[in-house]
Design a protein around this ligand. Structure first.
Ligand SMILES: [Zn+2]
Length: 855
């Protein structure tokens, strides 16, 4: 059905596009460009009307065809194969010279070797490049609709002020950072229009893999959409200013604009915030002038975390602003009673007039049109700011880049050894990621390590991402709790990836003998020698990818393990082995015979549970398993409830989500929850829990990730284990007595002789963001329990990077436990073993747990 609707719209649009292309002719300022409403045949922004992504991108193409102020660039394909577009808007003259302005932007972003006079000249001659991105969170849909109207305005306006702004600047406008999600949300909305579910939540993620976490991916760059935009920003356009337009909840302020809230990141040049605040001030001015109330700054969104779109650029000397407009029910208006308006968050504890909120919105009707009107004003204000302060901003970027170089010690480098790493492929992956970020990466003269200078334009970014974090304890008042981070508190890439990296001083000879890398130095993979068998120590994530690829190709895979050594993974000779091993950078050694104790590895059938209240962790897990070639199927409530799960699966993974979501299909036990269409109501129920228990007793392996352990901690499973934090506590508690570990890396010890710990180091940095730590008790003979990983005895040793208060409650508690019961197994991960596809250093434990099911 979805497919048919899509095809139908596409056909209509191609017809419409063809008409306008015939009628249109390139004109200066183009009077012939259609308005969005003319082109789409409905009033854009009207109640209950939405343009889907195909319509939006067709409109942009129709606008560009007759206009000499608009060009379209394709950023790449999306996860589901959609074309991701960006409009480039400026004067015809600027567009003709766009390569020149890209070059100026590049030089200002890296002004090494330029004299002050040359920088002055570039700032004088350059244009500010303003990137505006919309709709990364697909339900925050207003900006995707607004983008069409604003682009039409810029393409056709004849007033002197707009023409001046366009002459000063080049606007890069991305109408949706998540086209697939825009389509999903629009289809869902249209499907239930006029029913009681109108404008309600969807039962699936609005990004194929990661849902809302698409805006948590900007330092790790795992998703294709993130990669596309990252490449455009840091390798092609070097915009000086990035504005990312979002929406927030509906019972608070109407719009958030800069300044950000506390805390503030130490390594970001303060000029970044000054530039952001200039833009925020103009936005606030223009909104009040237009009679728009409910404008707030210094609210909720901190200046500390580098994971979202524009934030990552702060460490790369780029100005970057987030805005958040209050939502409606997608395109359905809402009535908000004055009594429903509330604060309750950083910067607005009570919904009252304050200096950062001088004109509270009084309540009333709020609709898509309001969202778009606020967004049109702030988009205009953004362009006004970058036009007015063109030279200052261009100069500012160059001076921040120069300062990043000058303030660092030219002999200080990060050294990432390519040899002696547990997983050398991960070390290369880290180098590849830094290159993707536009960082300068060098190969040491002996080719045994990679060197990353701290004295380079993106040096602050390098130190932020390779160093460790210490969250600043900012208190709004004496004696009060600290301001909590907006998102997580740790992102140290070497720790996340399990890679050794060191900040060292290097000699001038080593500096001079090193060479700039254009691409990552991947280790050589393939076969050494000839034989019937080929082996590798099972310490690398990619050995699993290779095992999965070979099993898929019909090859034989074995594992042998000796105490206190990593397991040996053995592959029988096969026509595809060399090619696969080379592709995956895994180097295999030849053997004449099968090594002693080698056990044939069974290919296991994996079921990944997928709830109707979408779990981003489900999506991330699916993404990772697909990346590493694990054969996998999603399993939904109905199938779990039906039981007899052993017939279809050897392993079932419950992703991180609450017991309430899994068992009852409810986020919270109490309070109002909107009804979903009946086919998406409820959870696995009591019978589903029993079916999972039967699955284990009959020989299946159940893996629970973080919060989903609560399903197996219940009385149905009757396992000798409890969560020391119970079930009601949050890891983000703010009271002095509670635990507060909001996404940090903690030290954990691992039993490397347990199959789940095979190939791991004895000490790891594990990502912790949920209050889960296990306490086991000695069981009766029919159950065995093993503590696979545990926290240190002394709380002083627990935190590695991030923030941890109340860590003493983790002392000597278990982090990963396993049980055998009946013929089957249960493995519970308390920490986030594969969090957001960022914790590559602990992926191996999840893969091991899956493999254990086949042993
Ligand atoms: Zn958002």
């Amino acid at each position: 059905m979805m497919q048919r609707i899509r095809t139908l719209f596409a056909a209509i649009l191609i017809a419409a596009l063809a008409c306008s292309a015939v009628a249109g002719q390139k004109t200066a300022g183009g009077g012939k460009a259609p308005t969005p409403s003319e082109f789409l045949g409905f009033e854009v922004g009207a109640d209950r009307k939405l343009a889907d992504y195909r319509q939006i991108s067709s409109y942009f193409k129709a606008l560009a065809a007759p206009s000499d102020r608009v060009q379209i660039e394709i950023l790449g394909k999306t996860t589901l194969g959609e074309e991701m577009i960006m409009a480039i808007l400026s004067t015809p003259e600027n567009l003709r010279n766009k390569a020149k302005y890209q070059d100026i932007a590049h030089k200002l972003a890296d002004p090494r070797g330029l004299s002050p006079q040359q920088v002055d000249a570039l700032a004088r001659d350059g244009k500010t490049i303003l990137l505006i991105t919309c709709n990364i969170h697909s339900t925050e849909i207003g900006s995707s609709q607004m983008a069409m109207e604003w682009a039409y305005h810029l393409a056709t306006a004849q007033d002197a002020e707009t023409l001046k702004r366009l002459n000063d600047s080049i606007v890069l406008l991305v109408p949706s950072l998540n086209p697939d999600g825009e389509t999903m949300v629009t289809e869902w909305y249209r499907k239930y229009l006029g029913t009681k579910y109108e404008g309600g939540p969807m039962p699936y993620l609005y990004h194929h893999y990661v849902g809302h976490d698409d805006n948590r991916d900007w330092f790790m760059l795992t998703q294709i959409e993130t990669k596309n935009v990252n490449h455009m920003v840091y390798h092609e356009w070097y915009p000086q200013f990035w504005l990312d337009e979002h929406q927030m909840g509906y019972t608070g302020p109407r719009i958030y604009i800069p300044p950000n809230a506390d805390p503030v990141a130490k390594l970001v040049n303060p000029l970044v915030h000054r530039g952001n605040n200039l833009m925020g001030a103009d936005m606030g001015w223009r909104l009040e002038e237009a009679g728009k109330s409910g404008v707030i700054f210094g609210y909720s969104f901190d200046a500390y975390w580098p994971g979202g779109t524009r934030n990552t650029g702060w460490w790369k000397n780029m100005f970057g602003v987030l805005t958040e407009v209050a939502s409606a029910r997608i395109a359905t208006p809402m009535e908000i009673s004055a009594t429903e308006l509330q604060g309750g968050t950083k910067g607005l504890i009570a919904y009252e007039q304050q200096i950062n909120f001088p004109n509270p919105w009084p309540g009333g009707t709020w609709r898509l049109r309001d969202i778009m009107d606020y967004e049109l004003i702030i988009s205009d204000a953004a362009l006004e700011t970058v036009s007015k302060f063109r030279q200052e901003l261009l100069h500012g970027v160059a001076s921040m880049a120069a300062y990043a170089v000058k303030s660092a010690d030219a002999a200080e480098y990060w050294r990432i050894p390519l040899e002696g790493q547990r997983d050398p492929i991960e070390a290369s992956r880290l180098a590849a990621l830094l290159l993707e970020h536009g960082v300068e990466v060098r190969l040491a003269p002996d080719k045994k390590s990679v060197l990353v200078a701290t004295a380079q334009p993106y040096g602050r970014f390098v130190d932020e991402m390779l160093g460790i974090q210490r969250y600043p304890e900012v208190r709004p008042a004496a004696g009060s709790g600290i301001l909590e981070p907006y998102d997580v508190a740790a992102w140290s890439l070497p720790l996340l990836m399990g890679v050794k990296a060191e900040r060292v001083r290097i000699s001038p000879a080593e500096q001079q003998g090193s060479t700039l890398l254009q691409s990552a130095p991947w280790p050589a993979g393939g076969l050494t020698g000839t034989g019937k068998y080929f082996s590798v120590a099972g310490r690398q994530n990619n050995t699993f990818a290779l095992a999965n690829a070979m099993q898929k190709a019909g090859g034989e895979v074995y594992v042998a393990h000796a105490a206190n050594e990593p397991p040996v993974v053995v592959f029988a000779a096969h026509p595809q082995l060399q090619e696969n091993a080379a592709k995956l950078h895994v180097l295999l050694n030849a053997h004449a015979d099968l090594p002693a104790r080698a056990e044939r590895l069974k290919a296991v059938r994996i079921g990944l549970y997928k709830p109707y209240i979408p779990s981003m962790d489900e999506g991330w897990t699916r993404f990772i398993l697909e990346q590493y070639g694990f054969p996998m199927k999603n399993i939904e409530n109905k199938e779990v409830k039906a039981g007899n799960l052993n017939a279809s699966y050897d392993v079932i993974i419950l992703p991180d989500t609450s017991r309430g979501v899994i068992v009852d299909g409810k986020q919270r036990a109490e309070g109002y929850a909107e009804e979903m269409p009946p086919e998406y109501t409820g959870g696995i129920g009591k019978e589903g829990v029993k079916a999972l228990r039967d699955f284990v007793e009959n020989g299946g392996t159940l893996i629970t990730l973080a919060n989903s352990s609560a399903v197996a901690l219940g009385e149905d499973f009757n396992l000798p284990v409890r969560n020391v934090f119970g079930s009601g506590e949050s890891a983000r508690g703010t009271q002095a007595t509670s635990i507060n570990i909001p996404g940090s890396l903690l030290r954990v010890y691992v039993d490397t002789n347990h199959p789940v710990g095979y190939g791991m180091p004895q000490e790891i940095a594990a990502f912790f963001d949920a209050p889960i730590a296990f306490e086991t008790s000695p069981p009766a003979p029919d159950v065995t329990r093993t503590v696979i990983a545990w926290y240190p005895e002394d709380s002083k040793d627990i935190l590695v990077s991030g923030y941890a208060r109340g860590a003493e409650r983790l002392e000597r508690k278990a982090a990963v436990v396993s049980f055998t019961k009946g013929k089957g197994k249960v493995v519970m991960f308390g920490f986030r073993v594969q969090f957001r596809a960022q914790t590559e250093g602990t992926f191996l434990m999840l893969f091991n747990a899956i493999r254990w099911a086949g042993m």
